[in-house]
Structure formats: C-alpha cells, structure tokens
Design a protein. Structure first.
Length: 230
C-alpha cells in the first residue's frame, strides 16, 4: 500500500528465466508483439520480465489482476495507468540486468538507472550532450572520478526528463544539473523556465555497486521507502 506523500522504489533483476512464461501471460497482445520486435532473445526476455513485473507491482498496489490493467502513453511516450482509474503514478528504468521502479500518488515522478562504464569517453559525450556548466564541472574533476560523475549527471538529467515526460523534446543541453559526485543532486537551471528548479526534488540513489541512479519528483517532503531491493 502507498501512503499519501510516500514514494516506493523497487530494484529487481530482469534475468529471471523461471518467470518468463508466467510474466508473458500477464502482458497485453500489443506488449507481447513489442517483445517479439526485439532482435536479441535476451532483450525480448528482459522486456517481458520488466513489463510483467510492472504489471505485477501495479496489480498489487491497485488490488487488481495484473493482466486487467490498461496502459496509455503521453505524447512523448511516458506510460501511465489508464484503467482502472487511479491517482497512482509510476516510472521505471532499466540498465543491463536491473530494473528500477518508482510508485507514488498524485505527483509527477521520474527515475533513471545507469550502469557506470569506466571505458566510456565521457568528456566527448559531455561535449556533445551536456550543458556548458556541466561540461566544465566534469572537466575540472580528477580523471578517475569523471566516469562516475558523468553517469550520475546523466541519471539526474534523464530522471528529470522522465518526470516531466518530455523525453528528448527538451534537449539535454537546455537545462543543467549539479554534477560533482559530492554535490547534492539538484536542478540548477532550465532555459526560459526560471521556476523549474523549485518545482522538483532530486534524490541521489545509492542502490547497487557500479550503478548510478536518481529519483526526481514534483514538490518536496515525501518519504522514500523501499518495496524491495536485490
Ligand atoms: C525514453 C527516455 C525517456 C528514457 O530512455 P532510456 O534512459 O534509454 O531508458 P530507461 O530504461 O531509463 O527508461 C525506459 C522506460 O521509461 C518509460 N518512458 C518511455 N518514454 C518516457 C517518457 N517520455 N517519459 C518518461 N518515461 C518514459 C518507459 O516505461 C520505458 O520502459 P519500457 O520501454 O519498458 O516501457 C528518453 O529520455 C530517451 O530516449 N533517452 C535516450 C537518451 C539518448 O538517446 N541519448 C543519446 C546519447 S547517449
């Protein structure tokens, strides 16, 4: 059960070979068809498990059989529950073999999880995708800290985009977040939208070794609880 002013997080494994058939049976035909469109069998299975677990968790919160839920999508693809009628909101992210789910009531919410890859050319990617202040902050860090800082920054940006539901319709270089690994997660500025930084709360999540993750929610003062961690 979710209390008002609560956010619940679940971190779950996507490689669950024994559960694939059951979870697949919970999916709607269009979800099963989407799974079939993944070229790699492991990607197919992870989509089935990720979506089946999402239905299972939503079924638990809404006390409904998971296969009876219906999803709809915002113009930029953010899924929400269209049936049964509810004020529950959710978001999810997957990276490699892990999925992170966030559930709450009323407020807009976004999560992002990324596996930290130390071989990624982070300064090049930063130049291409990040805001100037983020690039500078990253360049000023000692090189051994740059990969973790980049992926942390990335999850802050993606979680914000996902909370707003805009996807990349809001370009990544039009807004800036705090970057340093010791800096509290927060939104610094959004071009043309001066009120945005006070509208959202950013929360750094330390969930699994080798992964960066951020939760962004509208407003402030919620209580974060964990449904399950690995
Ligand atoms: C879709 C997007 C919102 C996040 O994508 P992502 O970080 O690749 O993927 P994540 O695993 O974190 O999130 C995917 C989930 O977010 C949800 N989602 C999809 N569109 C969304 C949107 N507009 N807003 C919020 N959530 C969304 C879905 O539940 C999706 O899971 P599903 O496909 O199993 O249903 C979007 O920001 C995007 O396309 N990002 C890609 C960034 C990119 O291409 N960068 C290139 C440089 S490396």
């Amino acid at each position: 059960m979710l209390l008002p002013n609560e956010v619940q997080l679940w971190l779950l494994p996507l490689d669950q070979p024994g559960e694939v058939a059951h979870l697949n049976s919970l999916l709607a035909p269009e979800e099963q068809a989407r799974a079939q469109r993944f070229l790699r069998p492991d990607h197919q299975r992870r989509f089935v498990v990720g979506r089946g677990l999402l239905r299972t968790l939503l079924g638990h919160y809404l006390t409904i059989e998971p296969q009876r839920l219906k999803f709809a999508y915002s113009p930029h693809g953010k899924p929400f529950v269209s049936w049964p009628p509810t004020n529950l909101t959710f978001n999810l992210s997957h990276s490699n073999t892990l999925a992170l789910y966030a559930f709450t009531l009323q407020r807009a919410i976004g999560v992002d999880l990324e596996q930290i890859n130390n071989a990624t050319p982070v300064l090049r990617l930063a130049e291409r995708f990040l805001a100037p202040s983020e690039q500078l902050a990253l360049q000023n860090l000692p090189p051994p800290l740059q990969a973790e800082a980049f992926f942390t920054c990335w999850t802050r940006k993606e979680a914000y985009l996902k909370a707003r539901g805009t996807g990349l319709a809001l370009p990544l270089n039009r807004f800036a977040v705090a970057v340093g690994p010791t800096e509290p997660a927060r939104l610094l500025s959004v071009e043309g939208e001066p009120a945005e930084p006070t509208r959202w709360t950013f929360q750094a999540l330390n969930l699994a070794s080798g992964y960066a993750a951020t939760l962004v929610g509208e407003g402030s003062g919620w209580q974060l609880n964990y449904g399950a961690l690995l």
